[in-house]
Design a protein around this ligand. Structure first.
Ligand code: ATP
Ligand code: MN
Length: 255
């Protein structure tokens, strides 16, 4: 009834009359009542005018391209409220000193996860590490700046075939200085930095901040080591004269 009409509007189904569009399929498979209500909440406030298409379907979230009521493009990351990733999410949240009480309810745990990604994006921006600008979050939905134009920006992995040594060198420089600035100035670590989470646009942008955390987290050294290893190994394979992993790790952690 009311929600159906509203959702049809958000999905642009009136115009397209395509109940079997890919967008509608993804939508109906994974969206429960809370998600629909939250979308509707954002719709009434002009934060989400329409979802235009699916950018990515993942294990824990789907990412959509959309518009707000002013016609600006936005990226909408919608976490699954039932997820097989529950254990991992719980472990990561439990280790984060910023997170207090952990809800027993899986859905509510996902809300905490979503909120934490939003905070991570804010924190990354504060320390001048390029990330999508966070716009709003509520329950399991995160709205952020859309990186791209008509289509989403490609990931580093998608364009590596057409890049030259010089590009890899610059991207290595970018990645390493992001890791260092985050750690030293922001007391923070991304935790899943790789060629899959760097978008190549006018300037490179680091995405997927859900597992990012603070230095005080007992897992932070492990995450820092993992980021350094991923970046050093990847760019090493691309012929860049990379730093030594152990030395870099020592240099940053001071022992
Ligand atoms: P995965 O499990 O595949 O890593 P995820 O669920 O953790 O995915 P993200 O990595 O944050 O989610 O996003 C999935 C994909 O959506 C990205 O690889 C990227 O292509 C696209 N994407 C995410 N955020 C944006 C954005 N702000 N602008 C444009 N595209 C984006
Ligand atoms: Mn990702």
């Amino acid at each position: 009834e009311r929600f159906d009409r509203e959702i049809a509007e958000i999905l642009g189904l009136d115009e397209r009359r395509e109940k079997d569009s890919e967008l509608f399929k993804v939508f109906s498979e994974v969206f429960d009542k809370t998600t629909v209500e939250t979308l509707s909440y954002f719709h009434r406030r002009g934060k989400i005018e329409q979802l235009l298409g699916v950018i990515s379907t993942g294990k824990e979230a789907n990412v959509f391209m959309g518009t707000d009521s002013k016609g600006n493009k936005i990226a909408v990351k919608i976490y699954r409220t039932y997820t097989t990733e529950f254990r991992r999410i719980w472990e990561y949240l439990a280790a984060d000193p910023r997170v207090g009480y952990l809800p027993k309810d899986i859905r509510k745990l996902v809300f905490v996860w979503t909120r934490r990604e939003f905070k991570n994006l804010q924190r990354a921006m504060k320390y001048a590490v390029r990330a999508p600008e966070p716009i709003a979050f509520r329950n399991n939905i995160l709205i952020m700046e859309f990186i791209g134009d008509e289509v989403p920006a490609p990931r580093l992995k998608d364009v590596e075939k057409v890049l030259e040594k010089r590009d890899f060198e610059e991207l290595y420089e970018f990645s390493m200085s992001a890791i260092e600035r985050l750690w030293k100035r922001g007391d923070m670590v991304h935790g899943d930095l790789s060629e899959y989470n760097i978008l190549i646009w006018e300037k490179p942008v680091i995405i997927d901040w859900s597992q990012a955390t603070v230095k005080r987290n007992r897992m932070s050294l492990t995450l820092l080591y993992r980021d350094l290893r991923n970046i050093i190994n990847y760019f090493g394979r691309k012929g860049v004269a990379v730093d030594d992993l152990e030395e870099k790790f020592k240099e940053l952690t001071g022992d």
